[in-house]
Design a protein around this ligand. Sequence first.
Ligand code: SAM
Ligand code: TMP
Ligand code: ZN
Length: 408
Amino acid sequence: MTATPDCRICGGTLHEFFDFGRQPVADAFVDPAGGTEEFFHRLAVAMCTSCTMVQLLEDVPRERMFRTDYPYLSSLSTVMQEHFRGTARRLLDTELRDPGDFLVEFGSNDGIMLDTIRRAGRSHLGVEPSTGVAEAAAAQGIRVRNAFFEEETAAAVAADDGPAKVIYAANTFSHISYVDSVFRGVDALLAPDGVFVFEDPYMSDILERTSFDQIYDEHFYFFTVRSVQAMAAHHGFELVDAEWLPVHGGEIRYTVARPGVRTPSPAVGRFLEREKAARVTEPGTLTRFGANVDKVRDDLRALLERCRDEGRTVVGYGATAKSATLTNYCGIGPDLVSFIVDSTPAKQGRLSPGSHIPVRAPEAFADPYPDYALLFAWNHAEEIMRKEADFGRQGGRWIFYVPDVHTA
Ligand code: SAM
Ligand code: TMP
Ligand code: ZN
């Protein structure tokens, strides 16, 4: 028997509630010519019985995930461009009113958020370890440091550029298993009255919608307001605001400050009440989630097998990192989904991790249209279905698997 590790936040006991088995690095697309050996790990999730943080049991070495050729480009979605433009404008109007205020974003990717801060002429720095996307941001004139955000990096930024009024991260803080080092870095870099703002997928939405494909190597923690409040307090900070966001299937934007500096918003208490009422941390809820995951797997396999047996063509839409968990856990390969179309140049011409489904450019979708399109990028449904409206007009059907398996 292997020992269960302790909670990475508080050292408490972990209760494992789902095991997806052997899974690949979700953004490591495979060269069909061979030559690269795939790295697999055990993907299992647990909840801490003390601080309630949901977390993976194994972490993949960070250099295997966030490499020079990390393929994810934030700016490929126009909805996300709009989301981050709005986010930046709000920060400029609230926290960054003084022309001297300095903002640091970690996980700045291709500069989707910092672009607006730069255009406003504000002092900024992106901290981004994946060299390709860091260079894409730098090419637009955004200041970027090609490094992992952690204690040493933050201390160096503080020494070079002075304190930050805002430290911001989107879809990144929950990717970092070593939060103790990040909080020490925030402590070293944040101005006394500054705020640390981060937004990440919301565990309550994942449970409610059975969006289990949010669970993959890069997503190490699954936050709730309760667990973030506990984590902030454990590291000498205070959660002062929480706001639900309608992106990536439901996220929360958390605002953390030094204790006593800000009056906590009533929203924090409201979320805590709602999470309690939804029994988010109860073992029964987690067991039910597991049963729902297996129902989605069985229903989706049955539908895809029926399509195959009836000679209908199925193509995947969006070679998301999420689809690595879905395809590998459900045993979906090129026999059930002929290929996946995706707008990311670095994914095209490659094979999906583990499941080895070929990835093609979006032009392949209409050439000719398949009978069914399995929407892996369900969090971009509106944008994609608007763009591909002709598919439906010509009789094509979309397959969804969140919150359950259905077609439209
Ligand atoms: N913020 C963008 C967004 O929301 O679209 C990018 C999110 S992307 C899923 C996660 C990014 O975090 C990647 O670009 C990755 O290289 C970066 N990252 C991972 N670990 C990091 C760390 N310790 N410090 C800074 N960035 C990190
Ligand atoms: P994400 O769900 O992690 O944001 O990944 C979305 C993936 O879907 C990414 O690989 C880009 C791709 N995509 C398209 O192919 N077409 C689109 O219109 C959008 C919005 C995304
Ligand atoms: Zn804990």
